[in-house]
Design a protein around this ligand. Structure first.
Ligand SMILES: Nc1ncnc2c1ncn2[C@@H]1O[C@H](COP(=O)(O)OP(=O)(O)O)[C@@H](O)[C@H]1O
Ligand SMILES: [Mg+2]
Length: 273
């Protein structure tokens, strides 16, 4: 797998609290469970919480890498077979870093990242500077909304902004009442977007996840529901989403064979500053 390009998938939303981190963590687990090598980067810079979701403690994180105290390799946390977390920092100290410092930190040797099949980036809500860069560099963007009208409006705005920087957009409707609600919301967003956005882009529907006590409980007990209750309805929905995502990626042009693909990703990040 070393010379196959790492697919970078960014998970974004207009509104906060729509389930991005929960979805990022569970998609990563399911991809790893299928045998892919997966890295998940906590890109919610300043408000990171994936260490809590995965129930792991990190002594050092991305802030320490930025400070030059350790490398990406040193901060990685093995979550499961094939699944590695790159933890980040909560608080405002990390937000003060200049792009140049990020460049130096990320360009240091990171052999394990180069070998990944997928790098999932959990981003912060909205379109702040860090998020914008992660979205620009991703191969696929997954936008998460709920059925809340405010979340739908914000998702549409995010689609409008991202349609100019990345054409591969995907939608997940989370916290629905049923399957139909998810499809209706997707169709409505697609119609409004088609009528109002001039740049050609595609919005692929990955699926829905119903509001479930199973999910809220799993967050409370710091477990992954796709791992602890694999035959639940919520796990079934997430599996469908992952299958659709893999299908979507397979339909893209075949990846260029290249080594050091993570470095190339970082270079794209840096070039976009
Ligand atoms: N489908 C769902 N059913 C029930 N609760 C959910 C569902 N999706 C997310 N949640 C809850 O919503 C909250 C916010 O989720 P989170 O992943 O942190 O959102 P974000 O990363 O977008 O801010 C969490 O407490 C989570 O338990
Ligand atoms: Mg989050």
């Amino acid at each position: 797998m070393i010379d196959q390009k790492t697919k970078v998938i960014a998970i974004a939303s207009g509104k906060g609290g729509v389930g991005k981190s929960m979805i990022s963590a569970n998609i990563s687990f399911l991809l790893a469970d299928k045998g892919y090598k997966v890295g998940i980067f906590d890109g919610d810079i300043g408000l990171s919480n994936l260490d809590i979701i995965f129930n792991v403690k990190s002594k050092n994180n991305f802030l320490n890498v930025l400070k030059g105290e350790c490398t990406l390799e040193d901060i990685k946390i093995t979550i499961d077979n094939n699944l590695t977390l790159i933890p980040s920092e909560s608080g405002d100290e990390i937000l003060q870093y200049e792009p140049k410092v990020i460049q130096e930190a990320l360009l240091k040797k990171s052999s394990f990242l180069d070998k990944l099949d997928y790098l999932i980036i959990d981003t912060s809500s909205g379109i702040g500077n860090f998020t914008k860069i992660f979205l620009q560099c991703a191969d696929e963007i997954i936008i998460v909304t709920t059925s809340n009208p405010l979340a739908i409006t914000d998702a549409y705005t995010l689609i409008k902004i991202t349609s100019t920087i990345n054409k591969n957009l995907n939608l997940i409707v989370n916290m629905t009442e049923n399957e139909k609600e998810g499809k209706v919301i997707y169709e409505n967003i697609r119609k409004v977007a088609k009528n109002n956005i001039e740049t050609p882009f595609s919005l692929n529907y990955l699926g829905h996840i119903e509001t479930s006590k199973n999910i809220s409980k799993s967050i409370k007990f710091r477990q992954l529901f796709t791992k602890t209750t694999p035959s639940s309805l919520s796990s079934f929905h997430l599996s469908e989403i992952v299958d659709n995502l893999i299908l979507q990626l397979e339909n893209q042009a075949p990846p260029k064979k290249t080594k050091n693909s993570f470095k190339l990703f970082i270079k794209r990040v840096i070039d976009n500053f």
